[in-house]
Ligand binder design. Structure first.
Ligand code: KG4
Ligand code: ZN
Length: 359
C-alpha cells in the first residue's frame, strides 16, 4: 500500500510517500494486536520555518499557517517532479494527515489540502495523531535498508519528549498502551527553548543548548531535579526553568568566558533534564518488567540523552529503539505510519483540527 502523508502541526511542513507492505501489511491481527509493519520511505520532504520564527523567539501560529499554505503545493509538486525524474508516476492508495495535537490554524492548512486532494483523486483520507507519529517513528527504516527496521519486544516503555509534550507510556502492543505520566507544566523541549532564551540563544533552543553544553561542566551548578523522588511518572520543568532564571539574575553577568560560564549553565541545565528523564524512564522499566524502551520526539535528537538512556536501557537488558536523527523532528513519514496503524485499527479521528488531541 502506498500512503501519501501530510504534516503541518507546528513549524515544519511535511509531505511524504510511504510504501507499507510485507507481513505486517495484512489487516489481520495476532493475539488482538497489529503486527509490526514493514515500511519503505519512498520520499520525505520537510520545509522548515525555523529561520522565520527565530526572529520572534518562538512559533507564531498565523505565520506558520501562511507558510504551510505556501509550502504545501510546492512540496507536492516537488514530489511529483522527483518521481517523474525516476520515470514513475505519483500514485497512492490512501492519504493521511495530522489532525492534532498542534497549532490549530497550522493543522487546518494540512487538513484542507488533504481533503481537496482526496476529492480530486477519490482516495480515502485518514486522520492521524501527531503523537502516534512520534511514537511509531522508530519503525521507519534505519539507513537505506528497509529490512533494518528495529525489533521491538513488549512490554515496552515509551518516552515522548517534544516541544509540546513529555510523557511516559507503557505499551503492551503497538496499539495497546497506557499513559503512566506526563508533564504538569512545561514540556522538556519547551524548557530547553525557554532556558535558551534566558541564555540569549536563538530558537529552537534544544540544539543550541546542546551545542554550547559541550564546552560546559554538567556538574558546575546543582539545579533541582523536579519530581525525581516522587513515586509517580509525572514531570514538571517550569521550576527548573525558574531556577535557571534566578541563577542568571543572582550571578549576572553570566558571560561566555566567566566561571561558571554560560556553557556551564547550559550543561548543568541539560544534565538536570536528562537526569530526570532517564531515571524516571528506568524506574518504569523496572516496575513494569519492560523489554524495550522507545525514545522519540524532537528532544530525542539530543545526543547526550540518546547516549545516556541507551546506555541505561542496554544495562537493564532491554532493546533501545530510537528513530534515525532525521525522523526525531516533525516530519510526514512518521505521520504516514500513524495513519496506516489508525487505518488498520479501523479508528477514525474526525477530520478537523484538534489542538489538544491526546495519545
Ligand atoms: O517534536 P518536535 O519537532 O515538535 C513538537 O512536536 O513539539 O520538537 C521540537 C522540540 C523543540 O522544543 C526543540 O528545542 C527540541 O525539540 N529539540 C531539542 C533538540 N533538538 C530539538 N531539545 C534538546 N536537544 C536537541 N538536540
Ligand atoms: Zn512533534
Amino acid at each position: 500500500m502506498n500512503i501519501l502523508a501530510i504534516e503541518t502541526s507546528c513549524d515544519e511542513t511535511g509531505v511524504a510517500l510511504l510504501k507499507i507492505g510485507g507481513r505486517g501489511a495484512a489487516p489481520g491481527t495476532k493475539n488482538g494486536t497489529i503486527k509490526i509493519p514493514k515500511v519503505e520511505v519512498l520520499e520525505n520532504f520537510v520545509a522548515s520555518q525555523i529561520k522565520l520564527h527565530r526572529e520572534f523567539g518562538g512559533v507564531v501560529p498565523n505565520l506558520a499557517k501562511r507558510e504551510h499554505l505556501r509550502n504545501l503545493p510546492i512540496l507536492y509538486a516537488r514530489l511529483e517532479r522527483r518521481l517523474r525524474a525516476k520515470g514513475k508516476r505519483l500514485s497512492f492508495d490512501m492519504i493521511t494527515v495530522t489532525v492534532g495535537p498542534g497549532l490549530e490554524p497550522a493543522l487546518w492548512t494540512g487538513i484542507t489540502f488533504a481533503k481537496e486532494l482526496a476529492k480530486k483523486t477519490g482516495k480515502p483520507l485518514v486522520g492521524a495523531n501527531h503523537l502516534e507519529g512520534h511514537l511509531y517513528s522508530f519503525l521507519l527504516p534505519a539507513g537505506r535498508d528497509p529490512k533494518k527496521a528495529a525489533p521491538i519486544k513488549f512490554p515496552a516503555i515509551a518516552l515522548i519528549v517534544s516541544g509540546g509534550h513529555t510523557m511516559l507510556l507503557k505499551m503492551d502492543s503497538l496499539t495497546a498502551r497506557r499513559t503512566l505520566g506526563e508533564t504538569r507544566d512545561d514540556a522538556a523541549g519547551e524548557a530547553f527553548d525557554k532556558v535558551a532564551r534566558l541564555l540569549d540563544l536563538p530558537y529552537p533552543g534544544g540544539p543550541e543548548i546542546e551545542r554550547i553544553a559541550h564546552e560546559g561542566d554538567p556538574h558546575a551548578i546543582e539545579f533541582p531535579r523536579p519530581m525525581l523522588h516522587e513515586k509517580n511518572y509525572e514531570f514538571s520543568f517550569s521550576g527548573l526553568k525558574t531556577a535557571v532564571l534566578y541563577y542568571m539574575r543572582d550571578h549576572a553577568p553570566v558571560a561566555v568566558a566567566a566561571t561558571p560560564s554560560r556553557a556551564d549553565v547550559a550543561a548543568s541545565f541539560q544534565e538536570a533534564v536528562l537526569d530526570v528523564l532517564t531515571r524516571k524512564t528506568m524506574r518504569a522499566v523496572r516496575e513494569y518488567g519492560a523489554h524495550s524502551v522507545i525514545l522519540c520526539g524532537g528532544v530525542a535528537a539530543n545526543k547526550a540523552l540518546r547516549l545516556r538512556l541507551g546506555r541505561e536501557t542496554r544495562k537493564a537488558g532491554c532493546s533501545f529503539l530510537v528513530p534515525l536523527f532525521k525522523y526525531n523532528l516533525d516530519n510526514a513519514a512518521m505521520i504516514g505510519l500513524a495513519g496506516y496503524v489508525t487505518h488498520l485499527r479501523g479508528k477514525k479521528y474526525p477530520l478537523r483540527a484538534d489542538g489538544s488531541l491526546g495519545v
